[in-house]
Design a protein around this ligand. Sequence first.
Ligand code: PXL
Length: 280
Amino acid sequence: MKRIIAMNDISCLGRCSLTVILPIISASGIECTILPTALLSNHTGGFEGYTFRDLTEEIPAIAEQWVRLHLNSDAIYCGYLASPAQAKTVRNAVKELKQNGTLIFVDPVMGDHGKLYKNFTPELIGAMEEMAMDADILVPNMTEAHQLLHWEYREGPYHREYLAKMLKEFEKKYPHARTVLTGVDISDTKIGCAFLKEEKEEIFVHRKLSGEYHGTGDIFASVLLAGIVNGLSLEKAVKVAGEFVADCIEATIQEENEEKYGIAFESCLDTLKERMGLRG
Ligand code: PXL
């Protein structure tokens, strides 16, 4: 069975980070080995307050133990980082655990809708830039993409030329990575993803639904990575991830849950393997 190591926090309430990554990767028929970086009562957006336990100290010990066990992995997935010190520790752990052929997948979680999440200092953003340098696949949303390039934030809708320019800039600044821009506003009714294919920008568009749900980026990224590890092309994996997110949001709207409680992806989990062209 394939294996993905997911280094991310556990936000106990609010459906994001490991509480969505783990079930989605598992439901895609891939073992998900988790390395929790922090424990929070809930995510840092939308709720009044949160508790936080930093698990940075545990990371090197866990990574060393896994090296002793010769743990192999098809991919390592890194996301939310709690502090610059943690970023350094996570980068070291990735270096230790990476083998020939391990895909490094970085979701540079920093903010959304033009705003940074709480706690994101310039130093932490700098640490995220360094992490992005290690990525084979990098999946910033538009808020994060502007940050990573040091561009002033510009709201959508985004035109093809702007996205092409941005992607070319990513190719220059992060030459090692294939960058997929996510959650790209195309129009009032359409949202999509953009990436370069043979030097030309490709834009995948799907329907935009109302609501700004927490954890959307984590769900998209988990399906995308699971699809790639299952052998789908980047194009096909982007399409599967976009459609999955849209279907989950539709299911969520029917439940009339508040946006901070995240996307009700549970009812769609059993469709993942089929979407990825896998049997049973
Ligand atoms: O989904 C991104 C995310 C991950 N982890 C924590 C967060 C957020 C977004 O707010 O607060 C702790």
